[in-house]
Design a protein around this ligand. Structure first.
Ligand SMILES: [Zn+2]
Ligand SMILES: [Zn+2]
Ligand SMILES: [Zn+2]
Length: 274
């Protein structure tokens, strides 16, 4: 598996349009960026590529990284920064299978795959395919499993991708609080590489209207608000999952500049071979 981090930012990205904060200015100075979330997984044995989430920055990311167009797409949830790049399939892809969860979201009254069917009904280039959480599907020669995580009020899914030939495993937390169900933790465990949502450091929870949650023994919040893990929460989860390597993703420009480009915070364009 060849993994390329196409987009490692949150929904506004870094730099953020119109923002002159120190972190955005530093990213411009360093020539690094964090566009909206997406991960490219290439199976070198079959020559096929699987795209995890369809970033609104799809076109730019594929041009910048020079990676192959996807043979299949997997969508974790229906937020703009993970879904709305799917329209790029028009005149580029031909009936690309787009896998997404088939359980009804009480908030929207439809499943993720049904939302995709509805929003992209006009686009023959997109072929939505239902996937049942915890049931492994084979696509691009890889075993792929969606696992429910916690991203209220919407359903959202983490992802486990395993190469059936080598056993190499990539786990993604998806957009989630620290409060991931036990069964999902078990499925995400022991990855060679773990990509974890770590939107801000725990120190910023005091600025959130409802603060932080899921505090550790020292009182450090592992969830920022209700929807995302803090850096500390993501690292605790990585420890618990016994990940060989962890990169923190879905990062906001709110990281203080002296922390924003430290390890193990990812930037766009990183590549991993599993
Ligand atoms: Zn900024
Ligand atoms: Zn989200
Ligand atoms: Zn997101």
């Amino acid at each position: 598996m060849e993994i390329t981090l196409l987009g490692t930012g949150d929904t506004t990205g870094t730099p953020t349009v119109g923002c002159d904060c120190e972190t955005c200015e530093r990213s411009r100075d360093l020539g690094v960026e964090r566009t909206r979330f997406s991960v490219h997984v290439r199976n070198e044995r079959t020559g096929e590529s699987l795209l995890i989430d369809a970033s609104p920055d799809f076109r730019y990311q594929f041009l910048r990284e020079g990676v192959d167009l996807p043979d299949a797409v997997l969508v974790s949830h229906v937020h703009f920064d993970h879904l709305d790049g799917l329209g790029n399939a028009y005149r580029l892809l031909d009936g690309v299978p787009v896998y997404a969860a088939d359980e009804t979201d009480p908030q929207t009254g439809e499943s993720v795959v049904e939302t995709i069917e509805r929003k992209y009904s006009y686009l023959d280039a997109v072929d939505p395919r239902p996937a049942t959480p915890f049931e492994t599907i084979r696509t691009c020669g890889l075993d792929v499993t969606l696992v429910p995580v916690d991203h209220p009020p919407l359903v959202c899914y983490g992802v486990v991708i395993e190469d059936p030939e080598t056993g190499a495993t990539l786990s993604l937390s998806g957009d989630t609080s620290y409060d991931i169900p036990e069964r999902s933790r078990d499925a995400l465990a022991d990855p060679d590489l773990f990509l974890a949502d770590a939107i801000v450091p725990a120190s910023l929870c005091e600025h959130h209207p409802i603060g932080g949650a899921d505090h550790d023994d020292d009182g450090v919040p592992r969830t920022f608000g209700t929807k995302h893990m803090t850096r500390e929460g993501a690292l605790d989860l990585a420890d618990e999952l016994d990940a060989d390597e962890t990169r923190l993703v879905h990062l906001a420009h709110f990281y203080p500049v002296e922390e924003a480009f430290e390890e193990p915070l990812a930037v766009d364009g990183e590549r991993y071979e599993l």
